[in-house]
Design a binder for this molecule. Structure first.
Ligand code: FES
Length: 166
């Protein structure tokens, strides 16, 4: 016994199919976008070699570049960041240069009135050498810091974390 599909049923099925296809086209990219951080691979947790010898690090903060591969889905790119690195007794400190106000880049001793502080030129933010934000300036928290290590005498930089000095 054959079942005939009426013209009305055919149109309903066709519209439902097209509608489902269009809805999937909109929802899938949104879902992928929402879940994207879960798929991102980064070597930020690994220790990354730098070209700076640990013995050469002094008490004066200097910017130290480090490069790592960042994978975003199938796209792989090389990212270069830097940290402000200095020696504090036996410890090596590596501070993030990202201002905790609105994310500008801070620099060491670039403000003539504050020669021993980090300065953010965007809104005159100030940080002590430890990364602690100076009260009365825009930043509301201390600079983050990086894990540091040593490999064959060279500085290695690892994951970023909250400032443990303040
Ligand atoms: S972004 Fe650094 S003070 Fe505003």
């Amino acid at each position: 016994m054959s079942q005939k599909v009426t013209r009305r049923q055919f149109l309903n099925y066709s519209l439902m199919g097209v509608g489902s296809f269009m809805a999937a086209g909109m929802i899938l990219p949104m879902g992928r976008f929402a879940l994207d951080p879960l798929f991102k691979e980064s070597s930020a947790g690994d220790m990354i070699a730098t070209s700076v010898k640990v013995d050469d690090i002094t008490e004066e903060p200097v910017s130290v570049d480090f490069t790592y591969e960042q994978k975003d889905g199938w796209y792989v790119s090389e990212v270069t960041d830097f940290a402000w690195v200095y020696r504090d007794g036996d410890k090596i400190i590596a501070l993030s240069p990202v201002c905790k106000h609105l994310g500008c880049t801070v620099s060491w001793a670039s403000d003539a009135n504050n020669p021993d502080r980090f300065f953010c030129p965007c809104h005159n933010g100030l940080y002590e050498k430890s990364g602690e934000n100076v009260p009365g300036t825009p930043p509301r928290g201390p600079l983050d810091m990086y894990e540091v290590g040593e490999s064959d005498g060279f500085l290695t930089i690892g994951a970023i974390k909250e400032n443990e000095l303040v």
